[in-house]
Design a protein around this ligand. Structure first.
Ligand SMILES: NC(=O)c1ccc[n+]([C@@H]2O[C@H](COP(=O)([O-])OP(=O)(O)OC[C@H]3O[C@@H](n4cnc5c(N)ncnc54)[C@H](OP(=O)(O)O)[C@@H]3O)[C@@H](O)[C@H]2O)c1
Length: 363
């Protein structure tokens, strides 16, 4: 069982990665490369739109900045963030990303697992050849750059696929339960949207904290939720947990599809609701009404943003290596089929994680 205090150690460095985010001065002379090819294959897009705008192209290999690492990408994984940014909808996403008419960052993909190819001048903890996982800019490519603090060493006993499935989804589940939700042993915890990337990790992590876990998912995923350790499973097609009279100490909405008042009704008197994701209307309700409802009542209603940290990556990597959590790998696609992978995820019924495998030509 995990203790909240013990797992809260470590510094917080960064918020969720912005794909292809701000690029500072490049320092070609500061890096040691293993592979001298100048060009690489990468998925790119130059206009907002559906997954069809994603193209496999040949582009210049990126060069890491002083604090960055160049990674030879072996496996990437897809997150809803990828299709949200691709669509550029609603419009405020474009404001956040800094590309009003056209995307400024043209290389999608954040989750990554691979080998360090080169390191920038001020990188001290990693060296060429190290096996790493974490988040980066543009992981749907043969090579990608990431700040050192957004990467952790991959434990020897886990595969690159398993490692690539972890970063955004497992960190979101961990931080929502532990940091925002203050999860404690014996609490009644409900995970809504328990069968996707975040939800499948949330069930397992909540069990590690000693909670009594209820998973909410559709009929076809009930057995999987049980096999991941859920003590109770509610099929949302047959039963409405907000009307059962059961109350929960902590509700984590991995994929929220209900009005915020429904969740509030299902909380104990001092219960906490943490909204990770879902429909835009649910996100706006959590952002705008959440603080007000928390202020006027004893229940806490909060929205949450994950922060990628090396400490939490390493913590989750250890849980995986010890067999305490397992990533549920739904589908794998080769790099050329990223558009199909993103389309599948956007349909909203992935069963766990979708990964992209990247094959490399000889240097
Ligand atoms: N705030 C943050 O920092 C943060 C971080 C990561 C992700 N997110 C957000 O969190 C959300 C979930 O991410 P994810 O990676 O888990 O996505 P995902 O893998 O695409 O989630 C799909 C899952 O959602 C479930 N679902 C769909 N409709 C549902 C409903 N009406 N009730 C309950 N479950 C339903 C599906 O289960 P069934 O097939 O059983 O219906 C499916 O397994 C996304 O909106 C994402 O943008 C936010």
């Amino acid at each position: 069982m995990l203790s909240t205090a013990a797992t809260k150690r470590g510094e917080r460095h960064s918020i969720l990665p912005i794909p292809g985010g701000p690029v500072r001065r490049r320092t070609c002379e500061s890096v040691t490369r293993l592979d001298y090819r100048r060009l690489m294959k990468a998925i790119t897009y130059t206009e907002y739109g559906p997954p069809d705008v994603l193209k496999l192209t040949e582009v210049e290999k990126p060069t890491p900045m002083d604090n960055e690492v160049l990674i030879r990408v072996l496996v990437a994984s897809v997150n809803p963030l990828d299709w949200r940014v691709l669509r550029g909808k609603p419009f405020f996403i474009r404001l956040l990303m800094g590309g009003l008419r056209r995307p400024k960052a043209t290389r999608p993909g954040a989750d990554v697992a691979g080998k360090v190819e080169a390191v920038g001048r001020s990188v001290t903890g990693l060296k060429p050849g190290d096996e790493v996982f974490g988040t980066c800019r543009g992981s749907f490519a043969e090579f990608a750059c990431a700040p050192e603090e957004k990467l952790a060493l991959k434990p020897a006993g886990i595969s690159f696929e398993e490692a690539a499935a972890l970063p955004v989804a497992a960190i979101s589940a961990l931080q929502a339960l532990r940091d925002k939700g203050g999860i404690r042993p014996g609490q009644k915890v409900l995970i809504d949207g328990a069968s996707g990337g975040v939800g499948t990790f949330a069930i397992q992590i909540a069990k590690q904290f000693g909670a009594d876990v209820t998973a909410v998912c559709s009929t076809g995923n009930v057995e999987r939720a049980r096999s991941l350790g859920a003590d109770h499973v509610i099929d949302y097609k047959r039963e409405d947990f907000t009307k059962s009279g059961q109350r929960y100490d902590l509700i984590v909405a991995a994929n929220s599809h209900r009005p915020i008042f429904d969740y509030r009704r299902a909380l104990t008197r001092d219960g906490t609701y943490v909204m990770i994701g879902g429909g835009w209307s649910q996100i706006f309700q959590a952002l705008l009404l959440g603080p007000l409802l928390s202020w006027i009542g004893s229940r806490k209603m909060t929205f949450f943003m994950a922060r990628i940290t090396r400490t939490d990556l390493a913590f989750l990597g250890d849980l995986l290596a010890d067999g305490k959590i397992v990533p549920v790998l739904d589908r794998r696609y080769p790099l050329r089929d990223v558009a199909e992978a993103v389309r599948y995820l956007e349909d909203g019924h992935a069963k766990g994680k979708v990964v992209i495998t990247v094959e490399h030509r000889e240097a």
